[in-house]
Design a protein around this ligand. Structure first.
Ligand code: FE2
Ligand code: FE2
Length: 407
């Protein structure tokens, strides 16, 4: 413990001292800037202003226009939400649906500085959210139906069924690609996508805590305590992730890459918020977390090794290194103490536990598939693109990456 605190303290000092510059300073320069994940934004991105969000269709446009004003009745919002969702081939890949859900959900997290807090539970907004969620849930269930076991699973066999879902997942491996072949630019793009969730890591699953009792609740709390740093703010996994982003030359401001990522990235993150915010889906949020934990330890070892291959330092790899050991334990707690005990105490939730796990695997798999496909084409999934960098420098979206690090 003492050793860990010493490392954390020195890492924190480094974070608050010299930080490498982004696009606003001379090449190779280091500047003494005190950075905050919530207040600095080197390239003028999203920050926490809804007014800065790039619109993706009629519903997100309506939300941005209305929510910046005072709360007033919006009687037509529900029908607009329904028509937009119903017209989508799949809500998982519909830009307007996913951005609108992300905006609505964000009101339950940190909100926007230009949106009144009272919008969070505005009845017309809740009704419109429900219209999106009905079809979003249908699409999620259709996506994972072929993956789920046919016969009913006895509650005592839920940990085994979860392990089989993970074992049978045939999604491509991002960690194998990055460990062996990943470039600085690819790592940076990967973390830009992941930042949509990892800068609030663990928060979606925390909604499940008051909705469980007994052993399942204790298991979830044990995991979440580690995710939130066990009382040490600089060891919160979201903080470790922000440090890795900065190490890669990215902007770690909350939501900075919202305007860059596509619908599937938002769908991956929105899925967990959807599960977490609904008590009826407490089985799904437990299964979702179990799948995350059961697919974390080995891939994170690979991610860290790939960064070391590229020459990045221990501050940049710490997020991944921390998950190697932590999630080797978490996966057991999640499968047995959380999901397994929830199934035993509430057998009718077994189906949703497996649904949540399968949805976690499927949405992550779809995002990874699209990302690897884009890279294979020499392209990027980011809105602004990540053009091939000239020698010695690199850009990702609107951010110039650290020139002195290996590309
Ligand atoms: Fe974590
Ligand atoms: Fe974990």
């Amino acid at each position: 413990m003492a050793q860990r605190q010493t490392a954390a303290t020195s890492a924190r000092r480094r974070q608050l001292g010299f930080t490498r510059c982004l696009s606003t300073c001379a090449s190779g320069t280091e500047v003494n800037v005190q950075r905050s994940a919530t207040t600095l934004n080197a390239s003028g991105g999203h920050d926490d202003l809804l007014a800065d969000v790039r619109l993706r269709g009629p519903l997100s446009a309506e939300l941005r226009m209305r929510l910046i004003g005072d709360p007033i009745p919006l009687p037509d919002l529900r029908s607009l939400a329904h028509s937009v969702a119903a017209a989508a081939d799949s809500t998982l890949t519909d830009e307007d649906v996913q951005l609108s859900l992300w905006i609505m959900y964000e009101l339950h997290y940190r909100g926007f500085s230009d949106v009144a807090d009272r919008w969070e539970w505005h009845s017309d907004l809740v009704a419109a959210t429900d219209e999106l969620e009905v079809i979003f849930e249908q699409d999620l269930r259709a996506l994972v139906a072929p993956k789920l076991p046919g016969p009913p699973v006895p509650p005592a066999e839920v940990p085994t069924a979860l392990a089989e879902l993970v074992r049978d997942d045939d999604s491509p491996s991002m960690s194998k690609h990055l460990a062996r072949h990943g470039t600085h630019v690819q790592y940076a793009e990967f973390l830009a996508h992941r930042s949509i969730y990892h800068l609030k890591e663990a928060d979606p699953h925390t909604w499940g805590i008051p909705r469980m009792i007994g052993a399942a609740k204790a298991g979830l709390m044990e995991i979440q305590s580690d995710e939130y740093g066990g009382g040490r703010p600089d060891w919160m996994h979201s903080a470790l992730f922000a440090t890795s982003m900065r190490g890669l030359g990215l902007d770690d401001s909350y939501g900075h890459y919202l305007n860059e990522v596509p619908a599937i990235t938002l769908a991956w993150a929105n899925t967990m918020t959807f599960f977490g915010l609904h008590r009826r889906l407490r089985g799904a949020i437990a299964g979702h977390l179990a799948a995350l934990e059961m697919t974390s330890s080995v891939p994170n070892r690979r991610y860290g090794n790939g960064l070391r291959r590229l020459g990045f330092d221990v501050d940049t790899t710490r997020f991944f290194d921390e998950h190697v050991e932590a999630d080797a334990v978490h996966e057991q707690i999640a499968a047995h103490d959380l999901a397994g005990q929830l199934a035993i105490s509430e057998p009718r939730l077994v189906g949703d536990i497996l649904f949540g796990a399968a949805a976690a695997l499927a949405t992550d798999g779809q995002m990874i598939t699209e990302l690897l496909s884009a890279w294979a084409r020499g392209s990027s999934l980011l809105h602004s693109g990540a053009p091939a960098p000239p020698a010695g420098t690199a850009r990702i979206g609107s951010v110039e990456l650290v020139p002195s690090l290996p590309a």
